[in-house]
Design a protein around this ligand. Sequence first.
Ligand code: ADP
Length: 475
Amino acid sequence: MAVPGKVQLSDVEKLATKEKLGRLNWSVNVRYLVILVLFVMTLLGHTLGFSYDLGGILVAVSLGLAFNIASSFIYSGSRYPRVWPYLGIMLDMVVITYVVHYTGGVESIFLPLYFLQIVGSNVHFSRIAGPLNFLFGGGIFILLLIGEYQGFISHIAQPYFAGINVHQHTTYVFVLALNLVALMGISTYRSGYVVRSLSLVERRLFELNEELIHTNRAFSYANRRLKEIDQMKTEFISVASHQMRTPLSAIKWVIKMMLDGDMGPLTAEQRDLLSKGYQSNERMIALINDLLDVSRIDEGRFQYMFSRHDLVEIAQRVIDEMHANIKARGVHFHFKPPENPLPKASIDEQKMHLVIQNLIDNAIKYTPKGGDVTVDVSQDEDKIRFSVKDTGAGIPERQQDRIFSKFFRADNVIRMQTEGSGLGLFIVKSIVEGHKGEVHFESREGVGSTFSFTLPVEGRGAENDGSFERFIKSM
Ligand code: ADP
């Protein structure tokens, strides 16, 4: 079996790469949008009388368009490209500077494009992309202004500034450059700060995700191991119980033969000792039977043989069988069968016998001498209700949620040094639910308990009345 070693982070890494690629693809879409807006705006500006070099703009924009188409292909892969996005943001700055130049340099209405680009590169790419873009973009913008100022680069003057020659107005150009570069720097810093905070959160989320994956794997592993151990335990109980039942049965019959006098007469002392041995042996057999039932329930091998039965009759039979025991415990026992006969229900008689026996046995076992135990069977609409009420030890409230768990015994009855395995109620619940019924209980420590169950009147007996099983057995 694979033991979880170091966590494989490939899932998280893949997720991170996918997310980054998603961002790059989004940047491609934004670039298409900007190109479209630029195209429309320059045409509009041209129509409205601005002096634009449309040919130059077309070349610059086409360059951006070609790069964007190539980017779409590159970003559609599953690997994150390291260098290409940086080429992209540099090229964007070059294209923007071209557009600014062809639309009037210092007079261009497209100067805000620089801010758009800086914020965009901060958001879409790594932490160094923003500052790098700022330095590069700011640099070529200043070079453009110097070039136009010095006359190395032609200046496309706009009609609205006619005669002013702003591009050679030293103070204006200096203040504009200073202002623009300072604002570009601030934009880089502010958007970078937000992006850095977000990436911190993102990083933390990835770390938490890694921890979750790690914990999840550890839990699954522990869960698998627990299931295996549980299975081994069930198998062990099943095998051990089967092995123990045969010798215990042999002991039972040997003691019985001796008690019946088949081996000759016994002295009173011998009879007393053998009777005690017989009782202990019976208790062991009962425990083994419970263990076998529990392992059958756990393995889903607990078979039912349903047929129509009167629950009152079954209860009466159990009470008759337990008569001596009830008397020996010294409790006041009450059972008044209902005056009108109750409808029959689909019941596995043997198993229902076990349920009623367990519930009455608990009530008399955990009720002190002189206490009351009342058994009641009644009809509750389309259900038959059986209940056992006692004035015994009760169950501590904090332990009540574990009452139907295997091997559970409450602290107060352990202190009373009563015998028990904690398997009875688990079996009761499983059998009642196997009859499509429900088990309930109410209890107060030191006051008493009421255990009850309901069975549907129209049950599953019609589907399986046990005839098939009887047929198989008879073969
Ligand atoms: P066992 O009686 O063999 O211990 P059960 O599964 O029948 O096992 O019962 C589980 C536990 O539920 C008991 O040990 C006891 O703590 C509590 N219990 C069950 N029935 C009663 C009852 N009538 N009064 C008080 N406690 C009860």
